[in-house]
Write a protein that binds this ligand. Sequence first.
Ligand code: TMP
Length: 211
Amino acid sequence: MKRGLFITFEGGEGGGKSTQLPIAAEYLRQQGIAVIMTREPGGTVVGESIRAVLLNPELPAMHPDTELLLMFAARNEHIQRTILPALNQGQWVLCDRFTDATYAYQGFGRGLNQDRIAKLETWVQGVLRPDHTLLFDLAVDIGMGRAKKRGAADRFEQEHLAFFERIRAGYLARAQQYPQQYRIVQAEHSLEQVTAQMLHYLDEFMAEVGR
Ligand code: TMP
């Protein structure tokens, strides 16, 4: 059986990736592709429990290395129980955030050493990397404005604008560094325009694997 494609959805807050992900899944299913949708941190029972700790704004501040290790603990569970089994069965995996978020948030945002993240990446993932990443990019103030309308802020959303500016710059730097992996979606536009850009990239990914 041909392995499925692993596609991750990335970006700062309020870029619409979580709204667009089910639209992408539906589009691919219409083309006869088996798809699962999942997210990080989370995607398993244990991972979702780790997510609750990571996002809880009432917990005292966490050491940045603790945050990093919890992200990878949740990721290990997710890879072993959800992502690899699905890919090996030929399903495409659409994942709302993955390790690029760790480079952006814990690396560029919190200032953790990139080599350290890379070591954990290799340790937990082996050779597993996303086949493609859709980066939903938009100005930080616009994204934060949209995110605020969703309700109470989680532990990350409480951070300052400068934190999110570093994250945006970090994602864009990675997109430049890995042009084969990344496609940038201009997320400031209307929902329909953002969807259209995303579907165009999905067509490209399908064509690459002869679907
Ligand atoms: P979400 O808001 O997209 O559901 O993601 C949850 C938060 O977790 C978001 O603020 C980004 C953060 N995050 C990291 O800091 N590092 C990671 O590796 C992942 C996957 C998410």
